[in-house]
Structures are given as structure tokens and as C-alpha cells.
Design a protein around this ligand. Sequence first.
Ligand code: ADP
Ligand code: MG
Length: 571
Amino acid sequence: MAKKQFKAESKRLLDLMINSIYTHKEIFLRELISNASDAVDKLAYRSLTDDQVGLSRSDFKITLIPDRDARTLTVCDNGIGMTRDEMEQNLGTIARSGSLQFKQEMAAKEGENQDVADIIGQFGVGFYSAFMVADQVTVISRAYGSDEAWKWESAGADGYTMTLCEREAAGTDVILHIKPDTEDDDYDQYLRQYRLDSLVKKYSDYIHYPIVMEMEHSHMKPKPEDAGEDYKPEYETVKEWETLNSMVPLWQRPKSEVTTEEYNTFYKEKFGDWEDPLAVVHVSAEGQVEYKALLFIPAHAPFNYYSRDYEKGLQLYSSGVLIMDRCADLVPDHFSFIRGVVDSPDLSLNISREMLQHTRVLQVISGNLEKKVKAELLKLQKDDREKYEQFYSAFGRQLKYGVVSDYGAHKDMLKDLLLFWSSREGKNTSLAEYAARMAEDQPSIYFLCAESVEKAAKLPQAERVLDKGYEILYLTDEVDEFVMNTLSEWDGKPFKNVCDDDALPESDEEKAQAEKKAEENKDVLDFVKETLGERIKEVRISKILKSAPVCMSADGPVSLEMEKYFQRVDP
Ligand code: ADP
Ligand code: MG
């Protein structure tokens, strides 16, 4: 039978993976188990509303079968299975969300093999990782609701075949033909029961279905009562099915018992990131609604974050059963970067997904989580500024959008989290920090808008404010000025654009002086006015310049920077 080719990008990835110097080959098991668990999740969810499934929660399991004679390791599940098309789609290509991002990263690092190996090392590449330890992979799967099973077979980058076959019930067997041992690599270990047992405990302990394996144990036979002096103990081998994992999901365990390493691995594996999260929020709530939540703040924005394609949401479980993969109602838009899991026994399983979205329970949880995330971010801002800056450069813009959205409804939630460049500090500062540095008589909080910090510092209008000893926030993001307008003040101190005529208050004396000056220069002013005529609105002696001779200025509520912005969006 003709072999089908992998899609081009899959082939490249396969080659890379198989040939790269890869130190953590053992993660293949975690990947296959996680796929099996996802598949079981799907059927388990189905069984709640569909009597035809005929399985109850306790029937679901994942089975490992090592066979040393045949040199195979089989990972078997009774989950949802795959149709022929799904097998071709899912196993013949890797153009899916997480992998896509990986591809981008890889393209950026093209040619640097070591880096590629590093990325592979940190990133779960799912099903394909099987080829790190196997020279032949066979997948037999029967989709739930279908009466035919299919066999997918591949020996690596040169393609795969598909044939019709048999399987008793819905589910999938992934059969790895383990590579022969080499001088550098011990592949035999993946056929040894104790090794497999410890790998499951290390990587897949929290999987909430039993991962079972038939274990052989040697026992000493009981000594017969009539045993003589020269009795030698006899041994027998007993085979027993054992559950290898504790099945307690990470979020159900007490915070104090979970290591950072475990959180990080869980995050990377579950959400397909290759970088550790910046922070973890682990909540166990028992008030009006009981729930556990495990939230992560990613270290970088996903490539599609600021596009329509990005889907926010948290995984929602009810007592360990997955109900929804991306429940959008659990996170507000301004915190849409949060990834994580929420598990609550207070959610009824039989409720339809649509209705679920409107339950009070979700509202309560989402409100609580919003506060927890904010608290965590503030903590980071205070205790680990470097990390916070990293967070802010990835997601700060989203916070600002949050401030200006819904007519400022979320501004109080978000204002403490904002950072702007400080003229005095030469780095980012929060509004609270600015306010704390203010002289008592400083009337306003000053800002100016510019394309960059360098340009901001040169703006002529800044001079007189800086000379007063006042600090200026340099706003360089398009949305910043809208943010200032929406917030309008901090602790009673108004925000003022240094370009406004009344940016600095005038004493009576100064006012009188200005009037006198205008009077003295009346001739010049009139001359300019007459000469330029209709083309200008007004000629006056400016108060906003100090040593610079001229500046551009705008009249009315829209600043020059804003005008530029509007011209760009709506020319
Ligand atoms: P991911 O799990 O991140 O989607 P993988 O490469 O691990 O990526 O798996 C690819 C896809 O193959 C899965 O999304 C799933 O649709 C399918 N798949 C893999 N293993 C199984 C399985 N045991 N049962 C059903 N579907 C599976
Ligand atoms: Mg997977």
C-alpha cells in the first residue's frame, strides 16, 4: 500500500526531533498519557448526557502494557477514539494551536540547531514525541459511535499508512515499537515496569483516571510447617494489576505540598507553553461557593494574543470532570491572558453548556478570581519588579484597554497596575509611586505624549514643568492618553498634559505680568494676526515655553498626539 506523506512542517519537526540531541526522551510517556486522558475526558463528559455510552466514571482508565519480547509498549485508553479522518488530521499534521506557535519560534531560530533542541526540550510536542523512543508507531483507534476501527502506522518521517482493522469498543491503542539500545541511549528502560511506574509517578500522578499496569512481583513462598533443617526458601512470581498514579489533580492538593517545579511542568504540559509561568495563583475557596482554582500568568503573550483569534477562558471542571475547555465567563477581558483550571463541586454536571454560562456560581468565582489575580500582580509589582516589568511589557496594553473599555467601569480595578515612564526615575513607575514622590504643593500629575521616551524628553513644553522640579510621565503608547482621560485623577490630583496652557497654575502676580507683556507686545501680535489672517485662530504670548522659541500646539480637548492617532486609524 502506498505510504501517505506527512504534511511538510510535520516532516521537518519529526526530523528535528528524532535527530536532535535530546535529553528528556522520557517525556514521551507523559505526552501519550495526557492524550489518552483528554480522550477519556471527552467520552466521560459525553456519558453524563448520553446513556448509550454505557460506561460510568469508574470504568474509565488508561492501561500500559510493556512487552519485552515483542519490544513494544502500548498505551491504551477507552476514551472517545478517532475516526479515520481524525487520525489523518491529528496524527498526520501538527498545524494546531500550540504547535503553530512552536513552528513560529522554530522559524525564528532557523539554522541554530542547539536552540531548536532546547525548544523541543521545553515544549510538549505531543504525539510526535513517541518517535523519540520508537522506530515504529502503530495507532489503532475506534471512534465512539462508529463501528469500524482504523490502524495508522508509521516508521518516522517517511510517511504513514492507514488500514481498516478491528477493535472491540471505542478507544485508542498507541503501540510503540521501542528502538534497540545504543551505546548512548538506554531504550530498554521503557520496557521495564519499575521504570514506567516511576515515570508515571513523576509526570502523570495527577491524571484523574487510573493509569494501570500489570506488575510482576516476586514473593517468598510461606515456609511449610513440616520444612526440615535444610529448607531453602522458594519464590513465586505474582502478577497483579496496579494503579500507578494517585489521581489527585494538582489543584486539589494543598498549596504547601506542591513544588514550583510541579506547577511549572503542569502549566507547560497543559497549556502548551515552553516557558515557565511568571506567577501561579492557587486558590482553595470554601465560602458561598466551594471551588479550587489554579491560575497561571504566562511569561509572554501568545503570538495571536492581540488578535481576534485569541480565545480567553479557563478550563472548567466539576469534581474532576472536565465540562468546558475555555470557559470565557471565568475571566474578564482585561485579564484574558490568564490560563488555568477551575474545579467546583457546586456546578451541576447535567446543566447545558449555554445555561452554565449564566449561573450565579460562575459569577461569584469569576469575581473572586479577578481580585486574586489583581492581588498577585500587585505583589509581583512590589516584590519582583523585574518579573512585573516582563509581565507588563507582554500584557500592559491589555490592562490599558481594560481601563478605557466599558466607559471606564474597570478603572478602579486596574489603575494600580499601570506603569508609565518617569522623567525623574528614568524607568517605569506606577501612579502610586509617582504620587508618593510628589511635593506637597504640586497641583497636578503631569504627563506628555510622544512617540518615544527620547522624543518626549526633548519636547519644548516639558521644560517649564521640569524646571519646577515636577516629574512628568512620558506616554508613548497610543492608548495612553485615553487612559489618562478616563482615569482623570489620582487621589484627588488631576492629570495634566504639560502642553495645556493651564498646566501650571499662575499666581496673581504672574497673571498681571502676562497681561502687561501682551500689552507691551500688542503691535507684534497684531502684526502677525493681520499678516496670517484667516489661516490662524489666535496669536498670543505663550506661557508654556521656556528656552525653546517655538512649539506646535493644538487647541481643544484633542491633543496633537491623539490627532495623529485618529489620522492614522481614520485618514
Ligand atoms: P495536543 O494533545 O496538544 O492536541 P498531540 O500531538 O498530543 O497534541 O495530539 C494531537 C491530537 O491527536 C489530539 O489533539 C487528539 O485530537 C488526537 N489524539 C492523540 N491521541 C489520542 C487518543 N489517545 N485518543 C483520541 N485522540 C487522540
Ligand atoms: Mg497532547
